[in-house]
Design a protein around this ligand. Sequence first.
Ligand SMILES: *Cc1c(COP(=O)(O)O)cnc(C)c1O
Length: 432
Amino acid sequence: MFIHDCLGVNSAGHLTIGGCDTIELAAEFGTPAYIMDEATIRARCTAYRNTLRECFGEGSMAHYAGKALSMRRIYDIVGEEGLGIDVVSSGELYTALAAGFPVERICFHGNNKTDADIEYAVKNRVGRFAADNREELDAISRIAGKAGITQKIILRITPGIDPHTHKAITTGDIDSKFGSPIATGQAEEIVKYAISLPNIALCGLHCHIGSQIFDVQPFAGAARIMLKFIADMEAKTGWLADELDLGGGFGVRYVKEDKGIDIASAIRELAGVINAECTELGIQRPRIMLEPGRSIVADAGITLYTVGSVKTIPGFRTYVSVDGGMPDNPRYALYQSRYEAVIANRAAEPKTIHCTIAGRCCESGDLIGENMPLQETSRGDILAVFVTGAYNYSMASNYNRLTRPPIIMVKDGKSYTAVRRESFEDLTRNDL
Ligand SMILES: *Cc1c(COP(=O)(O)O)cnc(C)c1O
């Protein structure tokens, strides 16, 4: 009935997730609430871990990109599953350290790390930095020197690949705030510069071409360009890349029309291309890393809301307003992202209306979606929006002084709170 395995409908006609009745969850934990299925998250981790190992052996691994969803419990889970993680700020690093995440499996990313970020990460001995630019290399070299260590880094390179996704989530193009382009010669310059600096060990190269990508072909294209560049650098400098990190970006199915990408078969297909290319170039295959964010957590999550007003403007549309909106899910406002939703207490009934699902904020753009098929609904119903596990909680705000929803995890028909609902006291905690 649903495209996501963790969802179902029980004999009461209620939507279920991970074997839990969503109406009971809404009654127990209140709304809005993020609900996440732990088994789905673990299954995605397993697919990355096992397939990377199968195709490339030990040492190749996935780093979960914590920006998709950063909280202590998620770091516990991906840590137990044997993945590494990427962090992009001292705040994400702090959260991972608070969860006891093994530091050697942490990579610090971002296009503009501050000295304070670098000092904090060096002090805590993070495994790697993905360095973006010269200024950062200088700062890492200096700060590592002061700490008396040699810091492992990888360098972010832009291969010049357009993955045909939304512009805001395209990142591997030449004209990008991220990394150094191969095409302009800047990538070569920065590799040489990195090798020349003290207290830095350049382990490999990194690229990330974008997000919500359903085809293997752009990843294969990026891999070929990066491997050629690695061979070229070896010839010119003698430096051998031990590691090639191909970033994240595997897409997930938000709506039925999204074609989806199977993690295991995509990695296997990519491995074929990488192995053939390495043979042709006569280079030793580097360890292959991936950085999935969305594809680990997105479809494990749903958001539950309570329906408030249902307003039909004759000749125009029906607005179904809910008790959350852009503060807990800004993705429609940012990218016109599409979602599927159901009335959770009537999940088995056919969808007979098309409506705009609106949030409760004082912004016309505060929408969850437009022209969405839905069951007939009225005040007090529970609305479930699917596939909200990634880039929802992590992008959430307190706009209009709304408190951020809790994250309730479900597992084998049981539930537990991973993040509690913010209180009014939380809202004024920093007000002096
Ligand atoms: C955003 C990002 C990721 C994760 O992307 P997803 O589309 O969520 O898989 C991985 N690596 C880098 C460098 C990123 O910026």
